[in-house]
Design a protein around this ligand. Structure first.
Ligand SMILES: [Zn+2]
Length: 276
């Protein structure tokens, strides 16, 4: 079988015809960095990557001279935009979204009539904190397939996210602090995004749970004591209804607003319930 383009792997992907390294694990003269995870970076003289990856790398590896020592020896320059074409000797290089983490890219090299695509770490499922994967046509595909074997079958993302959120909400409601272990770049932000959504839909913001935690420490965990927080909050809010009504239409409107807040079935329901 004719090999249309020579690609080697030696602690990093190497295209000998261009002497171009991609995700090299040893420092190189010039290397493309597909994304900012630790197993894809090294100290290179010149590093090519997206602007997002460049910024994330700066945050993850320190700033100023320390950053340059860790990632590239040359002063930082703006990263490439997705789809931007960079001429490299007689080849054209471009980066395309990989859907893996913020700024992650597939690397497309067009050289001597052949399109070589290095996928890097790719994710086909939609994520919340990474640019969606772009499908790129190519002649030679170099794919990183950590979980590509058929035995890896992951449950639907929504199921996992729901389980994590339920665990966190239940823990906080029980007065204990949930602790999650997640990779600091990518997974951590995905989980935070799901948690923010869960709190929005849950209708009981974190401040409520925090207050309830201290309230129960003071007054105990009995049914009446736990519901009393909502009751006290509702009573305290009544003068604000009166003041808002008075400001809008005078004293009479103030008292009407007060009466409505006092007798509304919704208000009474909220004033006598507790979220756990
Ligand atoms: Zn990765």
């Amino acid at each position: 079988m004719r090999v249309p383009y020579e690609v080697r792997y030696r602690r990093g992907v190497h295209l000998p015809a261009l002497d171009l390294w991609i995700d090299a694990r040893n420092g190189r003269e010039l290397a493309v960095v597909s994304h900012a995870h630790g197993d894809h970076i090294a100290r290179h003289r010149r590093a090519l990557c997206t602007e997002a990856t460049r910024r994330v790398l700066a945050l993850r590896t320190g700033s100023g001279s320390r950053r340059r020592r860790a990632v590239a020896e040359e002063p930082p320059r703006p990263g490439l935009a997705y789809g931007e074409e960079l001429e490299l000797r007689d080849a054209v290089l471009s980066l395309h979204p990989a859907g893996h983490v913020l700024g992650s890219s597939q690397v497309l090299v067009r050289h001597r009539g052949v399109r070589v695509l290095y996928s890097g770490d790719i994710k086909l499922r939609d994520g919340r904190t990474a640019e969606p994967l772009e499908h790129v046509e190519c002649d030679v595909l170099v794919v990183e397939a950590t979980f590509g074997r058929p035995e890896y079958r992951f449950p639907p993302t929504d199921h996992v996210a729901r389980a994590i959120c339920d665990f966190c909400l239940d823990s906080v409601a029980s007065g204990v602090t949930p602790v999650l272990y997640a990779y600091s770049l990518g997974k951590g932000q995905e989980v935070l995004s799901h948690l923010a959504d869960a709190l929005r839909h849950d209708g009981a913001p974190p401040l409520y749970y925090l207050l309830l935690h201290y309230w129960m420490a003071l007054f105990g965990r009995g049914d009446f004591a736990v519901r009393a927080l909502s009751g006290v909050t509702s009573v305290v809010s009544l003068p604000f209804f009166w003041a808002a009504g008075r400001r809008l239409g005078g004293r009479t409107v103030g008292w009407v607003a007060f009466g409505l807040a006092l007798s509304s079935p919704f208000a009474i329901d909220y004033a006598t319930s507790a979220r756990m």
